[in-house]
Design a protein around this ligand. Sequence first.
Ligand SMILES: [Zn+2]
Ligand SMILES: [Zn+2]
Length: 253
Amino acid sequence: MQFASLGSGSRGNATLVEAGSTLVMVDCGFSCRETERRMQRLGRSPAQLAAVLVTHEHGDHIRGVRVLARKYDLPVWLSNGTGQMLQDNDLPDVRMLDGYSRFSLGDLEIHPYTVPHDAREPCQFVFGDGSHRLGMLTDTGRITAHIRDCLDACDALLLECNHDADMLANGPYPASLKQRVGGPLGHLSNGQAGELLERIDTSHLQHVVAAHLSEKNNRPELAREALAASLACAPDWIGIAGQDDGCDWRVIS
Ligand SMILES: [Zn+2]
Ligand SMILES: [Zn+2]
């Protein structure tokens, strides 16, 4: 199994996960043309996708879903609540998922799980290929016991490090937005992400990639330091999924 990020942050998110001959995309927050360009960078084309999975209806996750799905005739998996928010979206092939039922797509096992975030029915995913597990977590305001259970003992994690709490507090956002981002239905701070790592089994981890970093309220080195401190590893070992560059393929073996 392997994964790569096309880009991550408030201006757009999309992640590729591949096992055997099955390739899926999680979220598509970039225009269709930009998505094609970024996939080409990773040696893939949207025509190879088995499906697009949508975590929730915020623009940075769905901006390109409709055009991409229509152009390439792709099934789009989403929760009922997310689907209701996209009613006018005219998708060619909608498949419903829920936050408690696992399913398979080709060589991938997909385990959706619920998270607290200010969207209608948001979910995140753990992927498996029969021998390894990749956990993805962005767009959550806090860590729940359920999240810890789902991400326990994964072999790789793509983990939100949205903001540094001090930078957010002293940064340029208006008070209401600071409250939303830092609140229990907002986004995960570097510190909260680090605390998660301290409270789950991390002994199998081959990769940790920090994602959804705020360009105004965080810096890659702060995210790296926070996660490295929790894992007692070198900061360089922590990957970053950047807004412009995403991150290259990471193989879990
Ligand atoms: Zn987001
Ligand atoms: Zn969101």
